[in-house]
Design a protein around this ligand. Structure first.
Ligand code: PHE
Length: 341
């Protein structure tokens, strides 16, 4: 018995664990319930009583030796494995270039727009891209068959001329006015559609951001203050703003809004056609007829509205010269904006 114990002890000591498989062999041979070591315990009953104690101690020593070696080898293999994979995966390295996505410049500008106006108490409202005549035109004071409807080249649905792709997100503001009580401060971002030939300067699908503020005593001064503040926040604190008289059926008085050219700083260049100014949108005091159409008393409330093209702002901000780049999804173009959030 003692010799057997000695022999197995030698075997255990010399057993070489190289990998998972040999570790398993070791376990089966020396640690398992049916191992050589466990088997030896069956012989204890043949050991004379006076030797039982010392033999038992020897045998337990053998069992502990086997278990300790198994545990030690198992730990060693695990460590090897983890240090092995850490050679491939250094978690401190920056990500592989080109694998990370980014926001589209239109989204970046839209988010910035919303940030600026949210701080002034505006919320965001959305509405359908397929609109009816009432929300896109009639409620906004476009008279039936009035040439003003032709200012915007509309995509009508052939079978039902009452339905069209919205030409502006003013339609969303009609929906807001119909459903809420003043004070109303809302921003309507979204896609709009106009039947125009696609070129570097025009597209049949683009994005707008319109804004509406209705309350008691809102004046043209509020409109100017708000849009001055916006221009400085969106572009640069030295950005200048000017308003030129204009016409929209839904505002009176109406204005076109220009900012000092971001490319040449107002000195004159190709982008601003040497005028130093570029147009970024329209604005005006909401026409009393529009308020009435939407169930708001124009004797009690006044308001201002504005609308801008998001692409136009992105073009000025990031010096993009061709409108088509926004929809072509060329990764070489999009990649340049990956750092923006
Ligand atoms: N809805 C106008 C457009 O799309 C923009 C605008 C909005 C002008 C609000 C004035 C006031 O052209």
């Amino acid at each position: 018995m003692q010799d057997k114990i000695k022999a197995i002890e030698q075997e255990i000591e010399h057993f070489e664990v190289k990998d998972k498989e040999s570790l398993e062999q070791f376990r089966l041979a020396f640690v398992n319930r049916k191992s050589k070591v466990a088997d030896l315990f069956n012989y204890m009953r043949d050991v004379p009583n006076e030797e039982k104690k010392s033999m038992g101690q020897l045998l337990n020593g053998l069992k502990q030796l086997a278990e300790a070696k198994f545990k030690a080898e198992q730990d060693r293999l695990m460590q090897l494995q983890s240090s092995d994979s850490s050679r491939h995966e250094d978690l401190t390295l920056p990500p592989m270039p080109g694998t990370e996505g980014g926001l589209h410049p239109i989204t970046v500008v839209k988010n910035r727009f919303v940030d600026i106006f949210e701080r002034m108490g505006f919320n965001v409202s959305e509405g359908p891209e397929i609109e009816d005549d009432w929300h896109n035109f009639t409620a906004l004071n476009f008279p039936e068959n009035h040439p003003a409807r032709e200012m915007q080249d509309t995509f009508f649905i052939e079978k039902n001329p009452d339905i069209a792709l919205r030409t502006h997100t003013s339609s969303v503001q009609v929906r807001v006015m119909e459903n809420a009580k003043p004070p109303i401060r809302t921003l309507s971002p979204g896609r709009v559609f106009r039947n125009e030939a696609i070129s570097a300067r025009a597209h049949c699908v683009f994005h707008q951001m319109e804004g509406l503020y209705i309350n008691k005593g809102v004046s043209f001064k509020d409109l100017k203050d708000t849009l001055y503040h916006f221009a400085k926040e969106m572009f640069h604190k030295d950005t200048k703003v000017r308003f030129r008289p204009s016409y929209f059926p839904f505002t009176e008085p109406s204005a076109e809004m220009d900012i000092s050219c971001q490319i040449c700083g107002g000195k004159g260049c190709n982008i601003c056609k040497h005028s130093g100014w570029v147009e970024i949108g329209g604005a005006g005091m909401v026409d009393p007829n529009v308020l009435k159409n939407c169930g708001i008393d124009p004797e009690e409330y006044t308001g201002f509205a504005f609308g801008m093209g998001i692409e136009r702002i992105a073009m000025l901000k990031y010096q993009i010269k061709d409108l088509r780049l926004f929809t072509e999804n060329d990764v070489r173009f999009l990649e340049q904006f990956r750092h923006l959030s």
